[in-house]
Write a protein that binds this ligand. Structure first.
Ligand code: VGL
Ligand code: ZN
Length: 218
């Protein structure tokens, strides 16, 4: 089946230094970069659009273990806005090296950068809604305004930001495809990547390789 590039958005999730080699490094994270660059070139060459997200936290963010006394990364707590918040090492601090995009990610074809997790008391995994599941990032409005029908998602991490973004995307009625070779996961707690992949597939989110997607773009 062909893909109408002009109605397709490539959504590149959190390809930032902290997730590639810094505070919250995801195994083999940099392997997502070549397929994402190839997809961005192909989608935009045929009239489509590319966007990239950036986890962008202030110091003292409520998802950081360091913001609580006696808590460690990996602990799970209820915050004032979110039940079951996983606590992370300090990561993606606004303006820091760790928050910057990996230098090999080609941003030239990217027309929109969506930042999330800016509010101290509210974490955000999804590119569409923050973790209260209500506060919008604005991405949905952008997508509607552009007349996008299909969203191809890749980046980091499969079991967190990619997962929540894809589930929201599908729920909003958009055809949602994961570029299968362009995602890598944290896998914390162990098994969370498998669970996330199963849940996405169960919800009708397709997994297709970047090479096959590029071949289908018309
Ligand atoms: C992410 C944990 C904390 C992600 C962001 O990009 O998947 N994971 N913040
Ligand atoms: Zn974060």
């Amino acid at each position: 089946m062909t893909l109408n590039a002009a109605r397709t958005l490539l959504l590149e999730i959190d390809v930032q230094n902290d997730f590639c080699s810094g505070a919250l490094a995801v195994q083999n994270a940099v392997e997502v970069i070549p397929p994402l660059n190839a997809l961005a070139a192909a989608v935009t060459a045929k009239g489509g659009c590319a966007a990239a997200t950036q986890d962008w936290h202030p110091w003292g963010h409520s998802s950081f273990a360091s913001s609580y006394s006696g808590k460690s990364p990996g602990d799970i707590i209820d915050t004032e806005t979110v039940n079951g918040q996983v606590l992370w090492p300090d990561h993606c601090i606004q303006g820091s090296w760790g928050a910057a995009f990996h230098e090999q990610l080609n941003l030239d074809p990217v027309s929109f950068i969506i930042r999330k997790g800016l509010q101290k008391t509210l974490d955000s995994y999804s590119a569409f809604f923050e973790n209260d599941r209500r506060t919008p990032t604005g991405l949905e409005g952008l997508i509607r305004g552009l007349g996008i029908e299909t969203v191809i998602i890749g980046g980091l991490a499969t079991d967190y930001c990619v997962f929540y973004s894809a589930m929201d995307c599908k729920r909003l009625g958009l055809a949602t495809i994961i570029a299968g070779d362009a995602v890598r996961g944290v896998d914390f707690p162990a098994g969370s990547v498998d669970n996330a992949v199963k849940e996405m597939k169960k919800n009708g989110i397709e997994f297709i390789s970047s090479a096959e997607l590029i071949g289908r773009l018309k």
